[in-house]
Design a protein around this ligand. Structure first.
Ligand code: TNX
Length: 528
């Protein structure tokens, strides 16, 4: 018995045993630099956490609470002078690190995570908890986890790693959204673009215009039933705070001048043809739009933006600008007058005039505009960031003209498209994007001049919800493709490898299981 005991205790602190392998570090997105050391750290229920500063304490508190909920496990703060079996968290403003950068070092005695900011430390912890599978269905409290000695130096390749959700076509609860943000933050997604308004439903309480909710959030379906849903301002604040704790910025989208049928159902006088409108109950593009020839339109936008700016602290607002059929403008005397007065040659220029006024309204509230790529047709100033959705060309052109760009080309990042054999898959929008297509997409094309590549802020997965009635289906379409996009946003292109990603993904599924996610398992499938 004594010999066995001696052997066991030797093993515990053995630094010279089998050399760890890089394949034991299964982190997604793949870190920038991984250097394997000697020996192992043994994480067990005696491991304690040491914090060196206030900001690190905040991060530790956050994770303690989170892990208690996900695993029923309590992270132990170090009490006395523990020098062994500890995890040390440090934020240090003097480090010459990027804002999102961290350094994680594992030796046989201790683990240290260092960062310049809370966000960097947050990401270091997320990496650590993929290595120690604390939120995995494989985690058991009384197990010991053998963590290879390793030094990970890590920072993102791109600063915009986004997730977009359309809650107009179908509505999703704050609980569902919070669940997704919590999971996505594990994979270092840092932006949430909330598509709150569209033809098929207005989804956010605006106190000055109560009918946006009472009328605009209710849709009469073809069978006579009513489909409705909206968020109160309190709920919005709750989600924004929840996202903030996870270092996710929230960008509201208030889509103008098209995609506004729900607005017009409530306030028809904002269109050029003041007739009766109903919240649209078909998908597709609606021809009734806001009237740029009326001053009241700008007053309305100003008042809504004013309220939104009290709810969404992030500097960017998305103001749409996509798919604007201009028939109503063509037939409007007010639009004709405005065009004459301002010397606008056509309706494209009229849209340019309109979007530039929207830019000015945002500037009044210290907000910067993002627009879908059509906003370039009529022209906007360089202060506007372009979201390139119809393809990559608009994004390339925009970057070459000095606009910041977020790449969301439908061909690669539209998560409402099929991912497997459409005969076997749940109903989706059409289109077909496999996990490999999503993974191999390069958001910084070489056709962008080198000096302009910095304008590509990043990429984003867009989840449109026309054919997605339930949260479960959203999850099915989201995972794992959004994880491929998360890796593209974070990991340097030269460090990416699809087979390696697939291998690491098998270690990620138990995390998704723990969160009860209805994910798709990619098989060699699809139309041949
Ligand atoms: C185009 S992407 C739209 C959305 C639809 C989507 C369906 C964009 C700016 N507009 O309104 O939901 O296609 O894939």
């Amino acid at each position: 018995v004594l010999i066995i005991f001696i052997l066991m205790s030797c093993k515990k602190h053995d630094t010279s045993s089998t050399k760890p392998e890089i394949s034991q570090i299964n982190v997604l997105p793949k870190p920038q630099n991984i250097e394997i050391g000697e020996g192992y750290f043994y994480f067990n229920n005696q491991t304690s956490f040491v914090v060196k500063d206030e900001s690190a304490q905040k991060i530790l508190d956050f994770f303690s609470e989170k892990i208690k909920i996900t695993s029923g496990y309590t992270l132990k703060p170090a009490t006395t002078n523990n020098h062994d079996n500890i995890i040390e968290l440090i934020t240090d403003n003097n480090l010459s690190f990027g804002e999102e950068e961290y350094n994680l070092s594992v030796t046989s005695h201790k683990i240290t995570i260092k960062a310049k900011t809370g966000q960097g430390l947050f990401y270091g912890m997320q990496t650590l908890f993929q290595v120690i599978p604390l939120y995995s269905s494989a985690f058991t409290k009384d197990n010991t986890y053998k963590i290879p000695a390793v030094t990970i130096q890590d920072a993102p390749q791109l600063k915009w790693r986004g997730f977009h959700l359309d809650v107009s076509r179908h509505f999703f609860s704050t609980g569902f959204i919070k669940k997704q943000l919590d999971i996505l933050s594990i994979f270092k997604i840092n932006k949430f673009h909330w598509h709150l308004t569209d033809d098929q439903g207005w989804r956010i309480e605006i106190k000055k215009y109560p009918e946006l909710v009472s009328t605009g959030s209710v849709r009469k379906e073809n069978d006579g039933s009513l489909y409705k849903g909206h968020y109160t301002q309190e709920e919005i604040k709750e989600v924004v705070n929840y996202a903030k704790e996870r270092y996710i910025d929230v960008i509201p989208e208030f889509d103008v001048p098209g995609h506004v049928m729900a607005v017009l159902a409530a306030y028809p006088e904002l269109s050029c043809e003041s007739r009766k409108y109903e919240v649209r109950n078909l998908w597709g593009v609606e021809s009734a739009i806001l009237c740029p020839g009326k001053e009241t339109t700008y007053e309305f936008i100003d008042n809504v933006v004013k309220e939104l700016s009290q709810l969404f602290p992030y500097q960017y607002f998305h103001m749409g600008g996509d798919e604007v059929p201009k028939v109503q403008w063509e037939n409007s005397a007010q639009c004709q007058n405005l065009k004459n007065k301002k010397g606008l040659k056509n309706n494209e220029e009229l849209q340019g005039y309109f979007m530039k006024r929207v830019e000015k309204i945002l500037a009044k509230y210290n907000k910067k505009m993002i627009g879908w790529d059509e906003v370039m047709d009529g022209g906007v100033t360089r202060a506007t960031t372009i979201m390139s959705w119809q393809g990559e060309e608009a994004g390339i052109k925009a970057a070459n003209n000095g606009h910041d760009v977020i790449m969301t080309p439908s061909k690669y990042v539209y998560l409402n498209f099929y991912q497997g054999d459409y005969k076997a898959e749940p109903l989706a929008f059409g289109g077909y994007i496999t996990l490999k297509d999503a993974y191999t997409y390069n958001p910084v094309p070489h056709t962008i001049k080198e000096e302009n590549r910095k304008h590509i802020l990043g990429l984003q997965g867009n989840m449109w919800s026309e054919y997605t009635y339930k949260g479960k289906t959203i999850e099915y379409l989201l995972y794992p493709r959004i994880l491929a996009l998360a890796e593209t946003g974070w990991t340097k292109t030269q460090n990416k490898n699809f087979n390696d990603f697939l291998n690491r993904l098998t270690h990620i599924y138990p995390i998704l299981d723990k969160y009860n996610v209805n994910y798709h398992i990619p098989l060699p499938e699809g139309p041949t």
